[in-house]
Design a protein around this ligand. Structure first.
Ligand code: SF4
Length: 203
């Protein structure tokens, strides 16, 4: 385990978040599957981490009602609404600071909205690559220089970050960066559970 992982686990725990550590992706998958109550409906945020863990298919095959705009063939607003009303919400975080803040930037806001005011149980899974040895400015810098360019390329966008790897918000006509959230402490009912993984996952 890296020093940054140790420090981040400590900070999140001290703030009162429910935190788990998994050494591998496989261990994270098993853990998350156990954290989700039987028959619970599950909504998903846009997340390469969650996609790569194979959680959608596993939960669907296990009989859970699942709502994800990356998979469901219905209009996005409808899936967003169902995901936000699910029993459990699964997502990652674009960055997590060493002092224990979850930092996210959304284009539509469905993900950050659901994390804050959606399902009563939110599970955030983040690989070691999402940890930032600094505070919120460093987290936002990570998102703008790592997460956004990779996501923009994945989606075939021609935003400045996709083309050059650098943010140029003034020239960005179809921005993916429309809302920024900083979750500093546990929310109502301590609903956010964080699973940190020693391997790289997502962007
Ligand atoms: S504002 Fe535009 S260019 Fe900057 S990171 Fe976001 S999508 Fe990329």
């Amino acid at each position: 385990m890296t020093t940054l992982m140790t420090n981040t686990l400590f900070s999140l725990t001290r703030k009162g978040f429910t935190v788990h550590h998994a050494a591998t992706k496989e261990a994270a998958f098993e853990l998350v599957m156990k954290l989700i109550p039987q028959e619970a409906s599950v909504g998903f945020g846009g997340s390469v981490t969650v996609r790569d863990l194979g959680l959608y298919t596993a939960l669907k095959d296990a009989g859970h009602p699942v709502y994800w705009h990356w998979e469901n063939d219905v209009p996005k607003p409808e899936v967003f609404a169902r995901a936000a009303c699910s029993d459990v919400y699964l997502t990652s975080s674009n960055a997590i600071t060493a002092d224990g803040c979850l930092v996210n930037i959304d284009g539509t806001g469905n993900r950050v909205g659901a994390m804050i005011a959606g399902p009563k149980q939110v599970i955030v899974i983040a690989g070691v690559n999402k940890l930032v040895d600094g505070g919120v400015p460093q987290a936002i810098a990570r998102i703008k220089t790592v997460a956004c360019p990779l996501n923009a390329r994945r989606l075939g966008k021609d935003s400045p970050c996709a083309l050059t790897g650098k943010c140029d918000a003034a020239r960005c006509e179809k921005s993916m960066c429309n809302v920024t959230s900083i979750i500093e402490r546990p929310l109502g009912g301590n609903k956010i559970t964080i699973v940190l993984v020693d391997e790289a996952l997502g962007y």
